[in-house]
Design a protein around this ligand. Structure first.
Ligand code: BES
Ligand code: ZN
Ligand code: ZN
Length: 508
């Protein structure tokens, strides 16, 4: 693997062969009292003085290395804080602390006291999954474009090996084995999608994105079809074509089909915005921070990742992934403010701001999705700056008028640990998107609610009655590392892949 150190994870017994033993410190809160404990009874006694003088507090994220302790065959002991509220997401986050502490210790192999994490056996399955996901997710490092890894604070270089032995008496239990497998599939596909997002625009064009989908799908059973510019034109995708006109790069329309159920079963369709670079077009963006618009294809990358994960997990449903992909640039043929194009479903729209391009390429993809008689359409897009204003980078905002679907989304997100927040979408937002000279305008005639009016625009391309939800990932697709320790500080997060897989499971 080029991204992160080569890492191996196994479930097993305490073997005393590892360089370091990782145990957890936890806080038990009763009333005003907080008692700290270390999750290894013998070590707890050994470290009593450190607990008593509060060197060990049990706070989430604390990491205390006892070097050369030589405790029962382990050279080093690492005490990692779990806090007082322990669930799979807090464990996922703490895994990032273990990962960086392991690298700082320069330990090649570590035993982790998994059975010491408090909770029921059912909790233990989820916690194990969270731990493994956290270890793999926090090992991601996009350094392939540097001539050599500068190492940063990490003393273990990219070419070294790191082995984690997750110590649990349940290592042969089918539920634990399944959690281990799922964690690997999910976290590895998230890392795959992150890399697509992190690659700069010159190395991640629509053609390269399409080729990446084709290559990654090999051996998974997913059928990938790529439409080129001529085909996109023939398919009357006037939105995608119109946005691509300012660029020398050809657009692509990526279709991924996974069949995990009888052909008669209606598919679940995921649609992702694959804008490989968005300078705003003629309504050009300010130059400060414009480089971040290489991430404007994260919806597409994460939909590709979702399809890969679903296929690798062999979920029993039919799933289709659709990714319209283009650049949004200022070439002499570029769409101009005021230009009118016609989307695949025949609706015309005025392009009153060429920077509101995501909705135009999604319009065609949603129209096409609607034609395939799906049981559900879900889209993901870095669609609006207004989403960041509304929710920052903590929650992904989602829009749907379907209450039952909203409940399913929330249930899926509870399992994945990703935070989502339902946003309003009402007829007023639709009215705001009416055009003067065409059916629709791509920008709202009212002030504010920029994310909701964008969602209302998208809704015009989904056939009425089809359950549909739109996820605006503008705030959560990258640079969430300050909040989620298992995500890179500046890079792509791979958000919503894990949630989308959980949503898909509810339709299997
Ligand atoms: N890709 C952007 C949205 C975006 C902005 C994502 C910042 C992440 C960070 C999108 O294409 C866009 O530019 N939207 C405009 C729409 C507006 C012109 C109606 C926006 O949000 O400013
Ligand atoms: Zn834009
Ligand atoms: Zn954009």
């Amino acid at each position: 693997m080029t991204n992160g150190v080569h890492m191996q994870i196994s479930l097993g017994k305490l073997s005393q062969k590892e360089t370091a033993l990782v145990v957890f410190s936890i806080q038990n809160k009763t009333g005003k009292e907080t008692a700290t404990k270390v999750t290894h009874s013998e070590l707890s006694k050994h470290l009593k003085a450190a607990i008593d003088d509060k060197s060990i507090t049990g706070k989430s994220g604390e990491a205390i290395s006892y070097r050369e302790l030589n405790f029962s065959g382990h050279r080093h002991v690492l005490v990692v804080g779990l806090g007082s509220k322990i669930d799979h997401e807090s464990v996922r986050q703490v895994a990032a602390t273990i990962q960086s502490a392991a690298k700082a210790l320069n330990a090649k192999s570590l035993a982790i006291d998994v059975d010491g994490i408090p909770g029921s056996k059912k909790d233990a399955v989820h916690n194990l999954q969270g731990l493994i996901e956290g270890l793999i997710l926090s090992n991601y490092n996009f350094d392939e474009l540097k001539t050599k890894s500068d190492g940063g604070n990490d003393r273990v270089k990219a070419d070294s090996d790191l082995h984690f032995n997750l110590v649990t008496k349940f290592s042969a239990d089918p539920a634990f084995k399944k959690a281990n497998h799922e964690a690997h599939v999910l976290a590895e596909t998230v890392n795959f999608s992150r890399r697509l997002g992190d690659l700069p625009g010159n190395l991640m064009t629509p053609t390269i994105l399409a080729d990446s989908a084709v290559n990654a799908a090999k051996g998974t059973g997913i059928k990938v079809t790529i439409w080129d510019k001529a085909r996109i034109k023939k398919e009357k995708m006037g939105g995608l074509l119109g946005v691509s006109m300012g660029s020398a790069q050809e657009p692509r329309f990526i279709i991924m089909e996974y069949k995990g159920a009888a052909a008669s079963k209606a598919p679940v369709i995921f649609v992702g915005k694959g804008l490989t670079f968005d300078c705003g077009g003629i309504s050009i963006k300010p130059s400060g921070g414009m480089e971040e618009m290489k991430y404007d294809m994260c919806g597409g990358a994460n939909v590709i990742g979702t399809l890969l994960a679903i296929a690798k997990l062999k979920l029993k449903l039919n799933v289709i992934g659709l990714v319209p992909s283009t650049e949004n640039l200022t070439g002499s043929a570029a769409t101009k403010p005021g230009d009118v194009h016609v989307a695949r479903n025949g609706k015309s729209f005025e392009v009153n701001n060429t920077d509101a391009e995501g909705r135009l390429i999604l319009a065609d993809a949603l129209s096409y999705a609607s034609e395939l008689n799906p049981q559900l359409i879900v889209d993901a897009a870095t669609l609006t700056g207004a989403m960041i204003v509304a929710l920052g980078n903590t929650h992904t905002g989602f829009f749907t008028r379907n209450d039952a679907l909203s409940k399913k989304i929330e249930a899926g997100a509870t399992v994945s640990g990703e935070w989502v927040w339902r946003m309003p979408l009402v007829d007023h937002h639709v009215k705001d998107m009416k055009g003067t000279f065409a059916d629709l305008s791509n920008v709202s005639s009212s002030k504010g609610a920029g994310s909701a009016t964008a969602a209302a625009f998208l809704e015009q391309f989904v056939v009425e009655g089809t359950p549909w939800a739109h996820f605006d990932i503008a705030g959560t697709a990258w640079a969430v590392g300050g909040r989620l320790p298992y995500c890179p500080k500046k890079g792509a997060s791979g958000c919503m892949i894990r949630t989308f897989v959980e949503i898909a499971k509810l339709y299997a």
